[in-house]
Design a protein around this ligand. Structure first.
Ligand SMILES: Nc1ncnc2c1ncn2[C@@H]1O[C@H](COP(=O)(O)OP(=O)(O)OP(=O)(O)O)[C@@H](O)[C@H]1O
Ligand SMILES: [Mg+2]
Length: 166
């Protein structure tokens, strides 16, 4: 399995998905949040942060580029939007090796040239959010770690998908 789609009917489901994903994160992971403006990237990032007991809680980093949080794992939250397409994350010091100790959540990763297609690394979890219907979002999860994705999918199915939705 290298991709899995979930439908989120409202913010409580976003929180639930964040909690399931957080359980499967390990040091050195990057969570890449793709989606148009207003898709719900920050909302999902905050849900993952909350489940990791981030302190301070994640906020919208649009005006601060990068924020750092303690938690079950150290957390970095980065939003490349203001840098624009073609930004170099290494030159700007936004990605560094300390992040191997924790989890880095990145909004607008395509501005760093990080896309959800092609060969995927095992420690990269791509979350592509679509749908702007009032209160409904779809999230497509992709990673090179098929086993981990299967574990996330199984947990989501067991805990959050009703019998009629299967
Ligand atoms: N699953 C969801 N169900 C309903 N509304 C949602 C859901 N996820 C996010 N929203 C709403 O969509 C709006 C935009 O969310 P958010 O700020 O997370 O988007 P974003 O992708 O980070 O936007 P930007 O590109 O501007 O940073 C918010 O009002 C949020 O409450
Ligand atoms: Mg955002």
């Amino acid at each position: 399995m290298n991709h899995y789609s979930v439908t989120l009917q409202g913010l409580d489901k976003t929180a639930a998905l964040g909690a399931v994903i957080a359980e499967h994160l390990r040091p050195g992971d990057r969570v890449l949040l793709h989606g148009e403006m207003g898709a719900g990237k920050t909302t999902l990032a905050r849900s993952i942060g909350a489940a990791l007991q981030a302190a301070p809680p994640l906020s919208s980093p649009t005006f601060i580029l990068l924020s750092e949080h303690s938690g079950r794992l150290p957390i970095w939250h980065l939003d490349a939007y203001r840098l624009g397409p073609g930004a170099d994350p290494n030159a700007s010091g936004l990605l560094d090796e300390r992040q191997l100790l924790g989890v880095t959540l990145i909004e607008w990763p395509e501005y760093f040239g990080i896309t959800a297609s092609g060969l995927l690394g095992a420690s990269d979890l791509h979350l592509t959010i679509t749908g702007s219907d009032e209160g409904v979002r779809s999230v497509d999860l992709r990673t090179g770690d098929a086993e981990r994705l299967a574990a996330i999918a199984a947990q989501w199915q067991a805990q959050h998908v009703g019998a009629t939705e299967r």
